[in-house]
Design a binder for this molecule. Structure first.
Ligand code: UDP
Ligand code: MG
Length: 311
């Protein structure tokens, strides 16, 4: 008999909590083995906490972790994995964009393929703006060209992972965890599962564009050193241009084919251009130093205030 856990991060999800729990519970009826749901309340400021406590009060198969404040989606999922003792875990959003009705099929595929990871790939996305879809597509393609790890295109954190993967994940010491990247990085047998991503049940997305951008930047910084070498290449290109122009103007002076004196515009342009190149390069360097700064402080990923139904 296998033990299966569903890990669900929740942040200000009062509008969907009851329905989300009902649908998940319903879907899990069809699953053989013991099942539990681990809700992580990521410092919600609405009634999510009270709703989760009420659910946990009635259903002992529901565990709840309350964070001391909002730490973010990735720390919430990390807490779920760290505190999960099941044989298999399914990471899922609270808003039902990842339909829990797919869990039995995911488990079946996991059995069939003897896979360690079933990662869900979005065939289509309802209720998401054209811009979000386009930027997501572009992002995964850029990531794949920049990183040593291969990122499956159009996936989120909706996945099934087994004990082996959870154990390896729990050994990772880095603090800025980009979970979907790390699960790919861990390896073992990973199989895709195609699904239709649905629209959010109710409420609003907690990932506006600015946060998405930050999330993408983090993925890039943690999984690729390419921006550093690109910055250096930019320097080399600038030097090469300088040398060519230098030779050209010197020869022009000697043989009288270039009128370099009239060059106010060219000087200003060169100053601005190379100033820009330098700032960009230093900026890229600064981003990596920022990552080092965060990692070296080694603060915990999250702080738990209370839990429910953990012995
Ligand atoms: N979430 C969280 N902490 C946050 C932001 C989001 O735990 O700081 C949860 C949220 O409750 C949801 C999941 O992460 O269950 C995905 O968030 P959302 O649906 O808002 O993102 P989207 O699907 O629009 O990318
Ligand atoms: Mg969502």
């Amino acid at each position: 008999m296998k033990k299966i856990a569903v890990i669900v991060p929740c942040y200000n999800e009062e509008a969907v909590m009851a329905e989300s729990y009902k649908r998940t519970k319903q879907a899990l009826r069809l699953v053989p083995g013991t099942v539990e749901i681990i809700y992580i309340n990521d410092g919600s400021r609405d009634h999510t906490k009270a709703l989760l406590d009420a659910i946990a009060g009635e259903d002992k198969a529901v565990k709840v972790i309350h964070f001391s404040r909002n730490f973010g989606h990735q720390p919430a999922v990390t807490a779920g994995i760290n505190n999960c003792d099941a044989d298999l875990a399914i990471i899922m959003d609270a808003d039902m964009q990842d339909p829990p009705e797919l869990i039995p099929d995911m488990l079946r595929l996991h059995e069939q393929e003897e896979a360690n990871v079933i990662y869900c790939v979005r065939k289509s996305r309802d209720g998401e703006s054209c811009f979000k879809r386009l930027s997501a597509k572009l992002f995964y393609r850029v990531m794949n060209s920049m990183s040593e790890v291969r990122f499956p295109v159009d996936t989120g954190d909706f996945r099934l992972i087994d004990r082996k993967v959870m154990n390896e994940f729990n050994r990772l010491k880095e603090h800025g965890k980009y979970i979907r990247g790390l699960i790919s990085w861990v390896g073992f047998k990973q199989i895709p599962f195609y699904y239709q991503r649905e629209a959010r049940l109710a409420g609003e997305t907690k990932y506006p564009f600015k946060k998405m951008l930050g999330f993408g930047a983090k993925a890039l910084l943690y999984f690729s050193k390419k921006p550093l070498s690109l910055a250096m290449s930019l320097g080399f290109v600038a030097v090469a241009v300088g040398i060519v122009l230098g030779v050209w103007f010197t020869l022009g002076k000697i043989y009288g084919f270039s009128a370099a004196e009239t060059g106010w515009t060219s000087i200003i342009l060169a100053v601005i251009f190379f100033g820009g190149v330098q700032l960009i390069t230093v900026g890229v360097l600064g981003q990596y130093i920022g990552v080092l700064f965060d990692e070296i402080k080694a603060r915990p990923d999250y702080i738990i205030e209370e839990t429910r139904n953990f012995e």
